[in-house]
Design a protein around this ligand. Sequence first.
Ligand code: ADP
Length: 357
Amino acid sequence: MTSPSSNNIDYQTLFEHSLTGTFLLDLSSKIIVAANHRCLELLDKSAEEIVNQPLSACLPEWENDLNEFQKSSVEKQYFQKDGTAIWLKINAYLLPSSNDKLVVNCQDITEIVQLKKQLGQQNKELDTYIKSNKNLENFAFAAAHDLQSPINTMASFSKFLKTSLEEEDIEEAMEYTEFINEAALNLKALVKDLLAFSRAKSTQYNPEKLNLKLMAESLVKELDFSIKKHKATVTFDNMPENFLGDKVKIRQLLQNLISNGIKFKNPNVSPIVIIDCKDNEDCWEFTIKDNGIGIEKKNFEEIFQLFRRLNNKKAYSGTGIGLALCQNIVEQHKGRIWLESEMGKGTTFFFTIPKFD
Ligand code: ADP
């Protein structure tokens, strides 16, 4: 066997048939002096369009990158004549035999870039899935825990009720019936709010143009009973009349925040709830300000958790689902919700909703 001596190798043929697209650039004149078949194929050019042509004419967008190509491989997008975008991995080195000829190599990495992108997307989806699974676990645990409490009450008091009836103690029996009824109503409210929560979470975000001034007017009408009962004042200002959002969800969001503003009132003080909206460049920023009991700073985050309630359950009715729902709705609209508060003075809830047009 003989090994081919370097003189026998047809470098021209090797160059022509290489699977890497290569061209040779004369550095002093910046003229491309040779290009192989794969190079013409990748750059979608004929030999006439590239060979003996200045780099500035056929690949102007590469002119300033020649140094970068020599330092390390550069990934660059390239558009062929029909608009097809491909990704090239480009590197370059000085031809050892001559110091003024640059060898520029291009490899098609379109598939790899697309796969990387796909992988990134799948990773993101996986993250969302894991997060929502965790939320679901927490949700099921919290729901079971909170539903258990009225059920336990009903189970115990119905036992007591039975004994009272056997002993014909009607007064005591009536009292136990009251407890059972209260627990049943509590359970009913919990199930109702839970249903609203899971419905809001599972129904798709369905944006449409909304007149929030009209929506706020109708909400105030709807809350009329509670407003009168608590001698409350509810005002709104600067409501956008051309707002993009999900009608049902935005209504739920405003309704929850306004109702809380009325409900968590200071004793002997008429609640005042002021709703306002600021037109920021890229988003609407809403504020719902009340003069109620306030919230301690250390609880600012946990109140958004499902079933989390801070106050005496007898003094303030509720299920602890409202703010979790509000947060979910704002997130579905790609916005943010937060609050400021001073104990005994009042709370302001803020939320932003980005404008998409
Ligand atoms: P709910 O109103 O059913 O109790 P929410 O999820 O709406 O549940 O609120 C969670 C908790 O956050 C409330 O129980 C209350 O302790 C506190 N909170 C919410 N809004 C206000 C407010 N405007 N002022 C004072 N406390 C509030």
